[in-house]
Write a protein that binds this ligand. Structure first.
Ligand SMILES: O=P(O)(O)OC[C@H]1O[C@H](OP(=O)(O)OP(=O)(O)O)[C@H](O)[C@@H]1O
Ligand SMILES: O=c1[nH]c(=O)c2nc[nH]c2[nH]1
Length: 193
């Protein structure tokens, strides 16, 4: 998506440790018009899929998932919560996800009330790096017996391999910008096309 690539070039900064900072418009301050264009692009890509629910993971996926839902007939958005283990009980699907930015594992939960075998799910997230968050969401869908219809990602860091692995596993991954390489010293960013 040209608009997203341009914003990344203009306002993104490349940090050490494979971190791309885009918090001016994507995951701290939120550009809602951009979110809307992203939702439209995912709706075009996944047109015809019988999506009943959007599933994302807190925190950064929530805003864009909610705006995207407007383009999918206002389906409900469920976000997986990074829980304290003290909160866990049998009414939840539980998995574990290693958080890229917090550098630790979290138990991640979704209530059984909000996901089940009747659901056809679109997974949405702001970043796809090593694929830990997405594999956690897929795991939760498997527990629920729900069908994963596709994966919509704002920014995939292609060089970290998570997206290619998911495609090899057969998932339809629509990343609106795929960073092929980025250099913290020069700030240069190359996109995959
Ligand atoms: O493909 P991965 O290696 O899993 O990386 C992608 C995940 O990393 C970030 O979550 P994180 O927990 O770091 O931060 P957040 O709470 O801001 O969403 C991002 O929002 C994705 O969910
Ligand atoms: O703001 C972010 N920048 C990143 O490079 C990244 N990778 C995973 N999650 C991320 N969030």
């Amino acid at each position: 998506m040209k608009e997203l690539e341009e914003r990344i070039r203009k306002e993104g900064t490349v940090k050490e440790g494979n971190v791309l900072k885009v918090d001016a418009f994507l995951n701290h301050q939120c550009d809602v018009a951009l979110y809307d264009a992203m939702g439209k692009a995912w709706a075009e890509h996944f047109a015809g899929k019988p999506i009943t629910k959007i599933l994302t993971i807190e925190a950064s996926g929530i805003g864009m998932a909610c705006v995207a839902a407007r383009h999918f007939g206002n389906v409900p958005v469920v976000f997986a919560k990074k829980a304290q283990s003290i909160n866990l009980d049998g009414d939840q699907y539980v998995t574990t996800v290693y958080s890229f930015t917090k550098q630790r594992e979290f138990p991640v939960i979704v209530s059984r009330k909000y996901l089940g075998p009747e659901d056809h799910v679109l997974l949405i997230d702001d970043f796809l790096a090593n694929g830990k968050a997405l594999h956690g969401l897929i795991d939760i869908c498997k527990h629920a017996g729900a069908t994963v219809e596709g994966i919509g990602i704002a920014v995939e860091k292609g060089f970290q391999g998570g997206g290619d692995q998911l495609r090899e596993e057969g998932y339809d991954v629509d990343s609106l910008a795929i960073v092929e390489s980025m250099d913290p010293k020069t700030g240069e960013i190359e996109f995959r096309h």
